[in-house]
Write a protein that binds this ligand. Sequence first.
Ligand code: HEM
Ligand code: HEM
Length: 249
Amino acid sequence: MSEKAIPGSDRGPWDQRPGHLPLEPGEHPKAIYVYQWPLRLWHWIMMSCIVVLAITGYLIGAPPPSLGGEAWDTFVFGYIRMAHFIAGQILVVTFIARIWMVIFGNHHGRAIFWLPFLDIRYWKNVIDQALYYLFMKEGKTYIGHNPLANTAMFFSFTLPMFLMIVTGMALYSEGIGIDSWQYALFGWVFTLFGNSFVVHTVHHLGMYAICIFALIHVYMVFREDTMGDTTIVSTMVNGWRFFKPRDRR
Ligand code: HEM
Ligand code: HEM
């Protein structure tokens, strides 16, 4: 097998197989183009939206004291909600655009949207990766997300994101009015959860789930970049994953 991926291509020999399978002993590519630019752009836009949504969302749930004065002069809570809604709409549109990468992107673009539930090797590698983090086993080298990261992202990011978008859009539609087209699209969420209070609570708890994910994610990203076999942070910037020399340890 060639030592190099084809520059600028995601169709090099290494990319023909799923990124969640570890490299075989003796395989040592220099660099592989992993994350295509729309995915990288989405990652940073989505991250910025989540930062704004978590701060403004927290303030919506625990509002600051109302200020005295003219309403037009002290529209603080209005601006907080407006920032939340703008970031929310951008998040929804870019998330829908992200689905385009699931259909037309390379297999790294699909990874966090689908797990190979029936592949025993995958689940064995999830356990092996957990043992590696517990310093009980030698780590394996992956091209894409390692299977443990991939599984964590599916359950603690992808699924909660669907929940946040659906409950957020429902709350938004309620604000616009029950005769709006938005309510016609998302009114069923209130029927599903029972009432608006429960939807607010679920939406609020979802924020904590995503914040916990983000904290652990950022820690793991920097940890793996330092201790793992490959580059990580720069891969989400320029798309290329570089493989460190084997004798560096
Ligand atoms: C990761 C994404 C999101 C986070 C972390 C988040 C967070 C929050 C939080 C914590 C609240 C307060 C809930 C409460 O205690 O009542 C809230 C309210 C709300 N969010 Fe989100 N949200 C997100 C996405 C969205 C999206 C995509 C929309 C859709 C536009 C949205 C629309 C709303 C609306 C309409 C409210 C209620 C505002 C009000 O009652 O004044 N959110 N959000
Ligand atoms: C709100 C904060 C964040 C969220 C919710 C988040 C979410 C995600 C998700 C869902 C992925 C998988 C992308 C995919 O396969 O489609 C990812 C990958 C990645 N993120 Fe983040 N991210 C956040 C913040 C950050 C920050 C601050 C950094 C770096 C400083 C970062 C660096 C990365 C890197 C390097 C990857 C690729 C990891 C790998 O190749 O295994 N993320 N992130």
